[in-house]
Design a protein around this ligand. Sequence first.
Ligand code: COA
Length: 152
Amino acid sequence: MYLRLAEPYELDIVYLMGFDVWGDGLSLDEYLSCCRNSGKYFRGTWYVLVEKEQVVSALIVYSGTFGLQEGSFGLGSVATPPTLRRKGYGSKLVNLVKAELFAHQNCEVLYLHSDIDQQFYKRLGFVSVEGSDCMYIASDDAEFKGSMPDYF
Ligand SMILES: CC(C)(COP(=O)(O)OP(=O)(O)OC[C@H]1O[C@@H](n2cnc3c(N)ncnc32)[C@H](O)[C@@H]1OP(=O)(O)O)[C@@H](O)C(=O)NCCC(=O)NCCS
């Protein structure tokens, strides 16, 4: 199992991983069209977790946007295809991305906005910013002292 950047031809597969929760009543084609033209997605970098040549989970990473200051990164749109959920892929992906950003991309603090019970991310070491859906983890385990980024 390993982490890599998503290839452009894989993006539809990546988008469809979250269709059941983010589809918002759209048809599959409408949803894909929204994703392909999403200004938000253009601002990020997609990572995928691969097992046996199959993409099994994906997320997007942002920096230099959404109020993320220097050394701050954000991750979002974490999704695993419905049939592959609860096998540990989502957790593995978040952990690998976190390790990659801290080790190789001068990341000091990594933020996310949780749409789900924060427990999932707490288990991975993220800390809640009180009274918000925002969570963070710092490379040096420092306490939260920055400014909260916008929703992404
Ligand atoms: C959240 C998600 C990415 C987890 O991926 P995964 O590959 O199943 O991750 P793991 O197997 O490592 O972890 C499974 C855990 O996710 C958590 N989880 C998944 N969906 C959840 C939800 N809607 N609410 C709260 N926790 C949830 C649970 O803690 C679950 O553990 P459990 O099986 O013991 O209940 C996946 O459920 C998904 O794609 N959901 C739809 C998109 C989404 O909501 N993404 C989160 C955006 S913040």
